[in-house]
Design a protein around this ligand. Structure first.
Ligand code: NAP
Ligand code: GLV
Length: 313
């Protein structure tokens, strides 16, 4: 690197130290937004999650933006996002594995009827039962067969489930049936006993988990959303569970985060809610990839994992 690039760090208050120290050790001059004074005219790179709208457009020397998350909807929501600048998303094997762990864990918990045995233990009763449905006959569908969805599909397949995935383009993943495009969505939904959403949030996928989609799922299907809250119409989900059509849901992401006090999801007996922790970006992996990415850009190389602005992911 010729001169020391200036980086503006955009992370929630209190989180700066996790990123600032390793990025500085990696040779970058880091200014934490909201903490350090900085001259907007000198910032070369921005790194973070969800910048305040208009901020990035006010940095005249900006060369690239690095997302600390796999999802970049928080950047593209900014109507002034400078779309001529590369937006680089975080792709990481550990992140994908941890998402797959979460998805597989919640499929397995329902499949192995953990609730039933917890209730039996609470009652002090030795209640044996068979699995309600054989593993190979249990169909798990993954919405989104990208970096993370593919690992989710492979891990769940390895547990013996019958796995399929839906994506924009056709995929070839061993033992995973591929459905592609809007024209195959209904056929995909019709064969999902579990539906796991790992799509990016774009105008095309907003509220894709809605009453019409739930009606196409088999009766008793279970929904797992680990993508973004904006994918789910929450009242439609609650109505589909309360009508008995869906058996329940696991939600890690919500339309409003933190999930507001009093939201019916908090107390719904058939919904498991977690606070957007399906996978959290590990600072060591993310700072390494940002340091390497900036070094490559400074040498004039094309960056990896650049978001396609027309697709929105
Ligand atoms: P990715 O590699 O970009 O994959 C996205 C997948 O979605 C691709 O298979 C893509 O199809 C498909 N897709 C996008 N739009 C579609 C559409 N309109 N119709 C059909 N398929 C469509 O993304 P990723 O790295 O797997 O990440 C997925 C999302 O996970 C992120 O955007 C983020 O929101 C979420 N996430 C959540 C957490 C958490 O803790 N809860 C953590 C990490 C990530 P093609 O391959 O055919 O283009
Ligand atoms: C987390 O939600 C991410 O997008 O990485």
């Amino acid at each position: 690197m010729s001169a020391q690039p200036n980086v503006l760090l955009l992370v929630p208050p209190g989180w700066g130290g996790l990123w600032q120290t390793p990025l500085s050790i990696g040779g970058l001059k880091v200014f934490a937004h909201g903490v350090d004074a900085f001259d907007p005219a000198t910032i070369d790179y921005a790194v973070g999650f969800r910048p305040p709208p208009g901020l990035l457009a006010s940095l005249p020397r900006l060369k690239a933006v690095f997302s600390l998350g796999a999802g970049v909807d928080g950047f593209l929501l900014d109507p002034q996002f400078p779309k001529h600048i590369p937006l680089i998303r975080f792709v990481d094997v550990t992140l994908s594995r941890e998402m797959a762990q979460y998805a597989a864990m919640h499929v397995l918990m329902q499949h192995r009827t953990v609730n039933f045995f917890e209730a039996a233990q609470r009652d002090g009763k030795w209640r044996q039962r068979m699995l309600p449905r054989a593993t190979e006959e249990t169909r798990v569908g993954i919405l989104g067969l990208g970096e993370i969805g593919t690992v989710c599909a492979e891990r769940i397949r390895d547990h013996g489930f019958s796995v399929s995935g839906w994506s924009r383009t056709r995929k070839h993943v061993d033992g995973v049936k591929s459905y592609a495009g809007a024209g195959e969505l209904d056929a995909f939904l019709a064969q999902c006993d579990f539906l796991v959403c790992v799509l990016p949030l774009t105008p095309d996928t907003r509220h894709i988990l809605n009453a019409a989609a739930f009606a196409k799922l088999p009766k008793g299907a279970y929904v797992i959303n680990i993508a973004r809250g904006g994918h789910l119409n929450e009242p439609d989900l609650i109505a589909a569970i309360d009508s008995g059509h869906l058996s329940g849901a696991t939600l890690d992401v919500f339309e409003t985060e933190p999930l507001p006090e009093g939201n019916p999801i908090w107390s719904h007996p058939k919904i498991i809610a977690t606070p957007h922790i399906a996978a959290i970006t590990h600072p060591s992996a993310a700072t390494r990839s940002i340091i390497d990415g900036i070094a490559a850009l400074e040498r004039g190389h094309a960056p990896k994992n650049v978001v396609d602005m027309t697709r929105g992911y």
